[in-house]
Unconditional design. Structure first.
Length: 352
């Protein structure tokens, strides 16, 4: 990543400002009411549910502390990630992803057709992960994706799996709180994930970049899944488009916190009551940055549509149903090349 390749250069209007607002006000929510004890009395978490609801509505983003994921597991995966990315490109390419298995290493992701200044390693939560063969709605064939197992660092796979188990538990808990905040039963969303979820974890490495005014670590985008549970390190760089005024604001790194954001699927399920918010990652001219998002995705056969309980005559469904697996396969295949067409988006299912 030495010379600036024009593929990395953002259009002028999307280039980052180098001095941005640090958003002190992004809500930090303490999950100890649900992590340190079993919830026997639902009224004991009423305050927490309200806080979650407000954060989802006003920001689409929040941070959680006292979340129950052991710090030691987070430290282990961070250490393993550093060791993995410090290898030569030749070593890393031994576990490159390809068109049949989108898991593994790659450094050529494009967001909105501009190349991201990063390299990643992707790993699915379930191995195998079941997925449609093609994006064609009439094709019912199902195939599966499997994970790659790099030789180095030792026990890489085990370290990732141990961590994923814990962030997955946290994701289920957060979905319960979100369900309650929408006036639904706590377990309303469970059925979509309990069998054959398609979630994956991504290890991101953003090398120092001499062109922080031109390039981005990840260009502006919204996350397409249900929920994202993100660990960022102390370097910082994540920016969120503040709903109140559409300004880009920086999410201040908080040690051992997770950054949570509502994805497109929750937007559809809630019929736009909660919205998936645009975000992007700035690069740093001196420091490398590591981050680890967990993308909580439902089973491929989930039909995503506004929930019946949240729609009525006055508030009719704003989206046509879509099959999650088909959406995912369409996205993945378009990620391999820089194309001049827009990726599939939820607004393509919007009822005018
Ligand atoms: O690295 C980050 O802080 C966020 C990355 C991100 O938004 C993504 O991978 O979807
Ligand atoms: Fe994202």
């Amino acid at each position: 990543m030495g010379e600036v390749d024009p593929a990395f250069i953002q259009d002028a209007e999307h280039r980052p400002k180098l001095y941005t607002i640090q958003a002190e006000e992004i809500p930090v929510i303490d999950l100890s009411p649900i992590t340190n004890q079993a919830v026997s009395d639902p009224s004991s978490i009423e305050g927490l549910v309200k806080e979650i609801g407000r954060a989802c509505k006003e920001w689409g983003f929040f941070q959680v502390i006292n979340h129950g994921v052991p710090l030691s597991l987070r430290q282990n995966i961070y250490k393993a990630s550093r060791l993995f990315f410090a290898q030569t490109l030749e070593e890393k390419r031994k576990v490159s992803r390809d068109e049949t298995s989108p898991n593994g290493y790659y450094d050529t992701e494009h967001t909105k057709n501009v190349r991201d200044w990063k390299e990643v390693f992707d790993f699915h939560a379930k191995d195998p992960t079941f997925i449609p063969v093609t994006s064609d709605d009439h094709d019912d064939r199902v195939t599966h994706w499997t994970n790659q197992s790099p030789q180095y660092p030792p026990n890489f796979r085990g370290i990732i799996e141990e961590y994923v188990e814990e962030v997955e538990k946290l994701s289920f808990k957060l979905m319960e709180l979100i369900a309650l905040s929408l006036g639904l039963e706590a377990k309303r969303f469970e059925e979509f994930f309990i069998k054959d979820q398609t979630s994956f974890i991504r290890l991101n490495h953003y090398p120092p970049c001499p062109y922080p005014h031109l390039a981005l670590g990840v260009g502006r985008h919204k996350d397409s899944g249900a929920l994202t549970v993100l660990a960022q390190d102390e370097v910082g760089g994540l920016e969120v488009k503040r709903k109140a005024d559409q300004e880009w604001v920086r999410v201040k790194p908080t040690p051992d916190a997770y950054i949570i954001n509502v994805g497109d699927i929750i937007q559809v399920w809630s019929n736009d009551f909660y919205e998936s918010v645009e975000h992007r990652v700035m690069v740093n001219p001196e420091k490398e940055r590591f981050s680890i998002p967990f993308f909580f995705f439902p089973a491929h056969d989930t039909e995503v549509q506004p929930l019946e309980e949240l729609t009525n005559e006055k508030n009719p469904p704003k989206y046509r149903p879509y099959k999650w697996g088909k959406f995912l396969v369409t996205r993945k295949s378009s990620n391999f090349k820089k194309k001049n067409v827009e990726n599939i988006q939820i607004y393509h299912y919007k009822i005018a």
